[in-house]
Write a protein that binds this ligand. Structure first.
Ligand SMILES: *Cc1c(COP(=O)(O)O)cnc(C)c1O
Ligand SMILES: [Zn+2]
Length: 429
């Protein structure tokens, strides 16, 4: 078997702890629990230092010691090391004192999925795969198609047929095979589980390669901590689709402490955000159960539309144990939050970002996210991919003939300089 990341010991079942070799395996054959990558943390602590990280590439691969594939063979379009922006105007809207935005809209294909795909395809190539595949709600398809092109691999991606046009186009342009299925994501995922056993020579990043893929999300936590001066945030708000990102962000923070990159054990509260149209983890949180009951997805936040989330129960457990909360945002609230984020901070997010900001607003209003906390919100996808969500409410302020009189008759230019110096308004003009 080709070597994985330098400190990988193998795979381990999350439920029963049984060990497996670091191959293309994702479920335990004894108990059907998910397999996770196991590392030699003592050796990592010896190898890794803040200086070494700082001298590394300005991508996720600066944390290669804590990843399950080798940086030297990375399938790399430059994912990660995205800006962490202090957001004082948005904080003021929510009555918070210290709010930061992790701006993952600027990744190579416009979403956080570039992190997980760069890791997954790097490991897939190490294992000898020549075909990259996935079941996607959109962003994963973009990223798999792009990274496969970069790696010289074939790609076969499966998407629900009702996806946003930009997500279909920006997948197809990379030249792979794009299969649109007449069903929702959960139908797509079910077919892909069958296809993965039918075609064991395909690297399905979120099926048979999932154990490696999901590790990529830890880099969000690594970067946030490094960018805060090697401190963990007090509270992080994470969008939830399968629940993998939320689970791995929490794991990433614990790992940094384990290998000595954080001085103090992190007590970060982790909160989750879902859209009201597809909120099975929120429902379980509110009902106080451990069981995440599948739902049929609806609404505009298609990138988060997983009705039967694979890591839903783990995300729920992480939220509860950390003292966080889960809440849902309606389609209207999502659109409003996209606009609020854009006009207060200059960041244009897709619907998933609207979900995160809208839920942050709710949790702040409820006193769950507190003014004394250092808060980080993960803004995971680019607004250019979901233009339809805001197009009905965003257009020219006025349309006029191209002459001075027409402009001055239509637009009041008084007070503009003064207004910019004033505190933020809470509503749009
Ligand atoms: C996939 C996705 C998520 C959430 O991912 P999970 O790990 O499946 O919970 C969040 N935001 C965006 C933009 C995504 O595409
Ligand atoms: Zn097991």
């Amino acid at each position: 078997m080709p070597a994985a990341g330098p400190f990988v010991q193998g795979l381990r079942c999350r439920e029963c702890g049984r060990s497996y070799p670091a191959e293309a395996l994702h479920v335990c054959e004894w108990c059907f629990g998910p397999l996770e990558v196991a590392y030699d943390y003592e050796a990592i602590a010896f190898s890794m230092s803040r200086d070494k990280v700082a001298a590394g590439p300005r991508t996720i691969w600066r944390y290669a010691d804590l990843l399950p594939a080798r940086a030297s063979g990375a399938v790399d379009l430059g994912a990660g090391f995205t800006p962490l922006l202090r957001a004082d105007r948005l904080a003021a809207e929510f009555g918070l004192r210290e709010l930061w935005l992790k701006n993952d809209t600027v990744n190579p294909t416009g979403s956080f999925k570039d992190r997980v795909v760069s890791v997954a395809l790097t490991r897939a190539r190490e294992l000898g795969f020549k075909v990259a595949a996935c079941a996607s709600t959109g962003n994963l398809a973009n990223s798999v198609a792009a990274h496969a092109a970069r790696a010289g691999m074939r790609s076969v991606v499966f998407i629900p047929a009702d996806l946003e046009v930009p997500k279909v186009v920006t997948t197809s342009v990379f030249g792979g095979t794009v299969v649109a299925l007449t069903g929702n994501y959960d139908d797509v995922n079910r077919l892909c589980a069958e296809l993965a056993s039918e075609h064991p020579s395909w690297a399905f990043v979120n099926v048979n390669i999932r154990s490696y893929y999901s590790e990529g999300s830890k880099t969000l936590a690594f970067e946030v901590a490094e960018q805060l001066g090697w401190r963990a945030p007090d509270h992080v708000v994470v969008p939830v689709a399968s629940g993998s990102q939320l689970t791995k962000v929490a794991k990433g923070l614990r790992e940094l402490y384990k290998v000595g990159l954080l001085d103090e054990e992190p007590h970060t509260r982790v909160s989750g955000a879902q859209a009201a149209g597809c909120a099975p983890v929120v429902a379980a949180f509110e009902e106080g159960t451990d069981f995440v009951k599948p739902v049929k997805p609806a609404g505009i936040a298609k990138s988060l539309a997983i009705g039967n989330p694979a890591d839903g129960a783990y995300a729920l457990d992480e939220v509860r144990r950390s003292g966080g909360a889960l809440a849902a945002a309606s389609d209207e609230e999502i659109v409003e939050a996209i606009r609020l984020l854009a006009r207060t901070e200059g960041v244009f997010a897709e619907t998933a970002g609207g979900v995160t900001v809208a839920v942050l607003a709710k949790l702040a209003a409820r006193g769950v996210v507190r003014p004394d906390e250092r808060v980080v919100a993960l803004i995971t996808g680019n607004g250019l991919k979901t233009l339809d969500a805001v197009a009905p409410v965003c257009g020219p302020t006025v349309t006029v003939a191209p002459n001075l009189e027409a402009f001055e008759a239509a637009v009041q230019v008084t007070d503009w300089e003064e207004m910019t110096a004033q505190p933020v308004r809470s509503t749009a003009p």
